[in-house]
Ligand binder design. Structure first.
Ligand code: HEM
Length: 98
């Protein structure tokens, strides 16, 4: 994945991105990243410099972009709600039940 969490590939980690950027901007970077650069959007230009690469225009429709954003919002929320791991269950020895 281009947005691998460990940054093995080009793009930034998208987890939590919905808290950092306005929805309208996310929609644009997904649907028409080339136009954002053409408009000299400062966030976009900064990211391109930082990552030394450019998010390609993948021909994603506005409708699909909205679904992707909804998914990313859920991923961020799931992180907040994550249930802490339970300690291992210790089984009692039936021959020495104390
Ligand atoms: C469904 C597919 C994709 C989605 C939803 C997506 C989404 C995004 C978003 C939301 C950002 C802005 C991140 C931020 O504000 O921190 C971004 C930036 C970026 N993406 Fe993607 N991306 C996709 C596919 C790709 C692909 C295929 C590549 C590379 C081959 C790529 C490379 C990059 C790079 C290099 C950036 C940072 C520089 C820039 O903004 O152009 N992405 N992407």
């Amino acid at each position: 994945m281009p947005h691998d969490r460990r940054r093995r590939f080009g793009g930034p980690d998208l987890k939590g991105v919905t808290g950092k950027r306005p929805v309208a901007w996310l929609e644009r970077v997904i649907v028409e990243p080339d136009k954002l650069a053409a408009d000299k959007d400062p966030i976009r230009l900064g990211l391109m410099k930082q990552y030394g690469g450019e998010m390609p225009n993948l021909g994603i429709s506005r409708k699909d972009a909205k679904k992707i954003i909804a998914y990313l919002q859920n991923v961020s929320r799931a992180r907040l709600l994550r249930v802490p791991p339970r300690p291992p269950v210790r089984h009692r020895n039936p021959w020495r039940p104390w």
